[in-house]
Design a protein. Structure first.
Length: 174
């Protein structure tokens, strides 16, 4: 892992750069430079500035940022505490930096965020056809619960190119 990573919490001043960062990590030609692209699954954007602002305003929520020594945004991850569960979502790492420990750094930070707020379970959803991403989380202690959720139909989160469903993964936090 890159020892120069620093953790920060996003504020409302970060909405523009976060929307740009997340969209570059998930969609389009830029996203194809990494292994976690959704470009073949969805058209359109992943999120807009209003969506980022909405996520930042959720009760118990934090958008965790991985920054380098220059303050450049390398990755982000949303965490929201709901009772004893921390819900994680929208892990976004600069495509050219994927496989260099930024995602692992943010996953550990998000789980710690949950622990600090008394959570005993970490929960997330992953698009069912993303086998490589599911395997990534399984290597980090997550397991498929057997539960599914419908993929959002709001086009501001993307337009599916095929039918999609979300699989629920969980991990006990110790």
């Amino acid at each position: 892992m890159n020892p120069a990573l620093h953790l920060a919490h996003a504020t409302s001043d970060d909405t523009t750069r976060l929307a740009r960062h997340v969209n570059a990590a998930y969609r389009g030609d830029t996203a194809r430079q990494g292994w976690t692209t959704e470009s073949d699954l969805l058209d359109g954007q992943r999120i807009d500035e209003a969506g980022v602002a909405d996520m930042l305003a959720l009760p118990g929520a934090a958008m965790l940022l991985a920054l380098n020594d220059k303050g450049e945004l390398l990755g982000s991850f949303h965490a929201q505490v709901k009772g004893s569960v921390v819900y994680l979502g929208m892990l976004a790492v600069t495509p050219t930096l994927q496989t260099q420990g930024v995602g692992k750094f943010l996953l550990e930070a998000a789980e710690n965020y949950g622990r600090q707020h008394g959570c005993t379970v970490s929960k997330m959803t992953v698009i069912s056809v993303r086998a490589e991403l599911i395997a990534y989380y399984e290597r980090r202690g997550y397991h498929l619960t057997g539960a599914t959720e419908p993929f959002p139909t709001d086009p501001r989160y993307g337009i599916p190119k095929q039918p999609l469903v979300l699989l629920v993964l969980e991990k006990a936090l110790g």
